[in-house]
Design a protein around this ligand. Structure first.
Ligand code: SF4
Length: 245
C-alpha cells in the first residue's frame, strides 16, 4: 500500500504549464461564442501528439467521439475504468468503438477492486469515497496525463453548480495541462439533439433516470425535478470525484 500511496503522491508534483494563464484566458474569451467543433479542431492541431480525450461513456463522450470522427482528429482516447461501472456503460463503450473504429487505451487503477478490499477493507466507497475516487479515478487520470499538454473533457456548466464556471479553454495548473471543454455551454436538449441528429450510440441509462452515470455503488436514479447529479454519492455531501478541480 505504501508503494501505491507513494506513486499517487509523486504524481501530484506541479508540472510546467504549456500556456500562460493570460493566453488561456484570451482563448477562453475567443472561443466562448464559437461552436464546439472549432475549439476541438483548434486544440487537436495546437497540441498534436500531446492531447488526450478521456471518456466516461456518458452522453458527452458519445458527442465528442462523433465530433472527433467528423473532424478526422488524431487524438489519444483514454478510458478510466474503475472496475465498478455499469454493464450498460461497458456496452456503450463497445458500441462506440465498433461505430468509430477508435482505439481506446484503458488506464486501470493500481489495484483491482478485490485487492483494494483486501488492503483497505470492503466497500471503501461507503466509508471513504474521496480516497476510493482518489485511488480508482484521480491517480489513473494523473498517470494518463503524464506527458500530455491538453486534456479534452465533456463537462457542462448545466450539470451542477460546481461546474457553472467552467470554460471552453482553461488551465488545470496543478496537473500542468490545458483543459479543452467544447460542450460547456450545451444543455441536455442540445446533447440529445446532436445524438439523435447523427444517430450516435449513447448510454441507455440516460433514458432510465440517470442523467449522470458513474460507478454502480455510488450512482442512483434521480427523481423528476432533482438536480442532475443528485444521484451521485447521494446522501454523502460529496459532489465531485476529484477529476475536475
Ligand atoms: S465513484 Fe464510488 S466506487 Fe467509483 S471510485 Fe468513486 S467512491 Fe469509488
Amino acid at each position: 500500500m505504501r508503494a501505491i500511496d507513494d506513486a499517487y503522491g509523486s504524481l501530484r508534483t506541479v508540472r510546467a504549464l504549456p500556456m500562460s494563464p493570460a493566453e488561456v484566458d484570451a482563448l477562453a474569451e475567443e472561443f466562448e461564442p464559437r461552436p464546439a467543433e472549432d475549439v476541438l479542431a483548434w486544440a487537436v492541431d495546437r497540441f498534436a501528439g500531446r492531447i488526450v480525450l478521456t471518456c466516461s461513456w456518458q452522453q458527452q463522450s458519445s458527442v465528442l467521439l462523433d465530433m472527433c470522427s467528423r473532424l478526422g482528429a488524431d487524438i489519444r482516447v483514454v478510458e478510466l475504468d474503475t472496475g465498478l461501472l455499469f454493464p450498460e456503460t461497458y456496452a456503450t463503450r463497445d458500441a462506440l468503438i465498433a461505430r468509430y473504429g477508435v482505439t481506446v487505451e484503458r488506464v486501470d487503477p493500481l489495484r483491482t477492486v478485490a485487492e483494494q478490499a483486501e488492503d483497505e477493507g470492503p466497500e471503501l466507497w461507503a466509508r471513504e469515497p474521496d480516497r476510493c475516487c482518489g485511488l480508482r479515478k484521480v491517480e489513473p487520470l494523473e498517470r494518463a496525463l503524464t506527458g500530455m499538454d491538453a486534456w479534452v473533457t465533456g463537462i457542462r456548466r448545466a450539470q451542477s453548480p460546481t461546474r457553472a464556471g467552467a470554460r471552453k479553454v482553461q488551465l488545470d495548473a496543478r496537473r500542468g495541462v490545458v483543459k479543452i471543454q467544447p460542450l460547456v455551454d450545451w444543455d441536455d436538449e442540445r446533447v440529445k439533439g446532436y445524438l439523435f441528429a447523427h444517430d450516435v450510440p449513447y448510454n441507455p441509462l440516460h433514458d432510465q433516470g440517470y442523467p449522470s452515470i458513474g460507478c454502480v455503488p455510488c450512482t442512483r436514479r434521480v427523481a423528476e425535478g432533482e438536480d442532475a447529479r443528485a444521484g451521485r454519492w447521494a446522501g454523502t455531501g460529496k459532489t465531485e470525484c476529484g477529476l475536475h478541480l
